[in-house]
Each structure stands twice: as C-alpha cells, then as structure tokens.
Design a protein around this ligand. Structure first.
Ligand SMILES: C[S@@+](CC[C@H](N)C(=O)[O-])C[C@H]1O[C@@H](n2cnc3c(N)ncnc32)[C@H](O)[C@@H]1O
Length: 226
C-alpha cells in the first residue's frame, strides 16, 4: 500500500508532535497528517474540520492509506468546540488570527497541553495573542516549502502572561537568517509604504526591522567566531 507524503511544512509539524498521547489535527482537510502519524505508530488520533466536504475526503484518505476508516476519529467541529481532550493539538494551514481564536476557545487547556501551529499569515498577531494569554513558544522553525518560507511552532500553556516587543512579534524564536532577512525586508517595505499616511506606524515598523537586523548581526557574528 502507498504511503502519504507530507509537504515540508506538514512534515515539520509532524516532527514536533509528542509520542503516545491523544493527537488532534484541527482543520485536517485531506487528513494526510493524521494518516502519516498513524503509520508512524500513533493510535489516538482525532481529525477535526468545520466543513463536511473535507471530512468526506479525510475518510477516503484514511481508508486508502490505513484500510480502516475508524482508525482516526473524525469530528465536525468549529475549532476545538466539539473536542473534549487532546494532549497535542495541531493547527496548520490557517491564518494566524483564526488559529489564535481557536486556541483561546480551548476548553480542556492544562499546563501539559501542547499546540503545534503553522500560520499561513499574520504570525505576528498569533505570537502577540499567545504571549498575552499565557502561552509560551518553546520552539519555532522556518521551513521552505514550494519556494515559500513558513513558520512552524511548538507552544504550551503555562498561564503566565508575557510582554512582547514588535521584533519578537515578527520573528518569534526563528533564527534562520533567510526568514529573518525576509521579515526585515517586508517590514522596511511596509514602513516605506505608510511613511506619509501614518508616520508613527512607519517608525514602529522600522524599529522592528532594526531589531531584526540586530538579531541577524548577532547570529552572523556568532557564526564568525565559531
Ligand atoms: C487550507 S486547509 C489546511 C489543511 C491542512 N491542515 C494543511 O495544513 O495542509 C484549511 C482547513 O481548515 C478548515 N477550517 C477552516 N476554519 C476552521 C475552523 N474554524 N475549525 C476547523 N476547521 C476549520 C477548512 O475547512 C479546511 O479544510
């Protein structure tokens, strides 16, 4: 039987999942990720989606790759609304604002709940919301997939609200210089674009870009020394 091949961003998300617990993939769509995890030995898998269509396609994927359509529990759910419990929650392929809304609505949150997040847009909004609401980013990677850079982060809840500055909001814990240069250049362009209409915003964006530049210099300086 053939095996599901994950895109680089989903493979990175799969690599951050802890072994042996209840794993819930929210916004599963095709359910390739839970199928891959099942084939890698995980047995307590939930695949959730807000729409019936993706769940139908998920059922087909599960039958195709696993042979038993009950191997993964399928749940029609807006975010985590209909999910009672999971140790690890994966939310990939959605905007940062929607991911934040889904996490903040989690009813079974405890200090050991982990979230593996892969925002397509607005990662800076997601990081701010996470830190304001008691979540901590333990690990964050940049992943190149089909010519585009994505971030994938592993997050847990500890209930402690934290301050974030703009530089952290835009790069989080990513230390890949290609991603940092991309984030810096995007901020400089945005600062230039609003320089006349909103000088205060332009200055704030430029300050964040300077912070990223400093981080790049620190990384490159360390690389020279070693
Ligand atoms: C672009 S697909 C991402 C699929 C897969 N997670 C990936 O990263 O390749 C987004 C999926 O999220 C689902 N979705 C959107 N909003 C949702 C919500 N509030 N709760 C659950 N699923 C949602 C959509 O129906 C769709 O199947």
């Amino acid at each position: 039987m053939s095996e599901p091949i994950l895109s680089a961003r989903l493979a990175a998300a799969a690599g951050m999942v802890r072994k042996g617990g209840v794993i819930c993939d929210v916004g599963t769509d095709h359910a390739l990720l839970p199928c891959r995890l099942w084939l890698d030995g995980e047995r307590k898998l939930i695949a959730a989606d807000i729409n019936e269509g993706p769940l139908l396609s998920a059922r087909q994927t599960i039958s195709h790759y696993i042979g038993d359509e009950n191997a993964v529990r399928l749940v029609l759910s807006d975010g985590l609304d209909k999910i009672d419990y999971a140790d690890d929650v994966i939310i990939a392929g959605m905007g940062g604002e929607l991911i934040a809304r889904i996490i903040l609505g989690c009813r079974f949150l405890c200090k050991d709940t982990h979230f593996i997040l892969q925002p397509m847009t607005k990662a800076e909004v997601l990081r701010r919301e996470l830190y304001k609401n008691g979540f901590y980013i333990e690990k964050e990677l940049a992943v190149k997939d089909a010519g585009r850079l994505y971030v994938v982060m592993s997050v847990y809840y500890d209930g402690q609200s934290r301050e974030t500055d703009d530089t952290f909001a835009y790069i989080g814990k990513v230390r890949d210089t290609a991603y940092l240069c991309f984030a810096r250049d995007r901020l400089i362009r945005a600062a230039d674009n609003c320089a006349c209409a909103d000088p205060a915003k332009s200055t704030a964006l430029r300050t964040a870009a300077d912070g990223i530049e400093k981080t790049i210099n620190e990384i490159e300086g360390n690389a020279d020394e070693s």
